[in-house]
Design a protein around this ligand. Structure first.
Ligand SMILES: [Zn+2]
Length: 281
């Protein structure tokens, strides 16, 4: 998402509004008229990311924090439907006329912050980014937790940026049973988790995310992502494991689906499934 909206850097804000939408409003703070007043005439100076949030930075230090949650999309092209449009930023002086936030389920949130608020409101609530965290840092955060590793990897205060789909893929690549308690994991297992995290997220980013069978996720140009073609376990319940031919299982942990191979992801973690080039043995 961040890469997709980079073309608006340098564009000027003409106005910000909420297009007519009959759905229950999403959480936008402050009120839209205050956002419009604060941003008019300012220029987009950068696009950042904190965990799973897109950060639109402005020339005076203000930052718009967009958290898409389950079904939110940040778009430079026409939206999938005209319904469910939640926010529109009209732009000038660049290649795009507008940036849109579209959200079918409406769980996404938008906040406009002053520069001084970013640390206390965003950064303080997030752990080290998943693409930067070291095995030592992750172990320090979670190594004494009794939670299952799959549940703990979704805790954004422990490590920022891992979503449900990716947690399942990471643990498959690391060869670790998603039900394993964090305090039972060994040093080499933490290292494998961090290596697998980099592998999975970098590949997912290069394929612009996963567009599942519900078709919701789209990139900034309203095109499907491609990472769904690389899923090894996610949404593959009862299908054969690509590594051992066994059967992928689906379980529920903390109200979220988990997919794993009981054969390749043994609790004992004795086998090595990540080799030097990151592919499966
Ligand atoms: Zn397997």
């Amino acid at each position: 998402m961040r890469r997709g909206v980079l073309p608006i850097v340098g564009s000027r804000i003409e106005s910000v509004d909420c297009p007519p939408c009959l759905r229950r409003p999403i959480q936008i703070r402050p009120r839209i008229d205050a956002i419009d007043r604060r941003l008019r005439g300012h220029t987009v100076s950068g696009i950042g990311r904190r965990g799973k949030r897109v950060m639109i930075e402005f020339d005076d230090g203000q930052v718009m924090v967009i958290e898409p949650r389950m079904t939110g999309l940040v778009l430079l092209a026409d939206p999938p439907t005209t319904d469910h449009l939640r926010l529109r930023i009209v732009l000038s002086g660049g290649p795009c006329e507008q940036l849109l936030f579209w959200d079918r389920r409406g769980l996404g949130t938008i906040r406009l912050l002053h520069a001084t608020e970013v640390i206390s409101i965003v950064d303080a609530k997030l752990g080290v980014d998943a693409l930067q965290i070291t095995a030592d840092q992750l172990r320090q955060k979670l190594g004494t937790s009794r939670r299952a590793i799959k549940v703990a990897l979704l805790d954004q205060a422990a490590v920022a940026g891992i979503g449900n789909l990716y947690a399942a893929e990471i643990l498959y690549l690391a060869g670790i049973d998603p039900r394993t308690r964090c305090d039972k994991l060994t040093g080499p297992q933490w290292s494998r988790i961090v290596r697998a995290t980099g592998e999975v997220l970098e590949l997912a980013i290069s394929h612009e995310g996963s567009t599942l069978s519900d078709g919701t996720y789209r990139n900034a140009l309203n095109d499907a992502g491609g990472y769904q073609n690389y899923h090894r376990v996610y949404d593959r319940a009862e299908k054969p494991c690509l590594r051992c031919g066994g059967t992928i299982r689906r379980i529920v942990q903390a109200q979220r689906s988990t997919f794993f191979c009981p054969n390749c992801q043994r609790k004992s973690g004795l086998h090595k499934s990540v080799v030097a080039d990151g592919t499966l043995e």
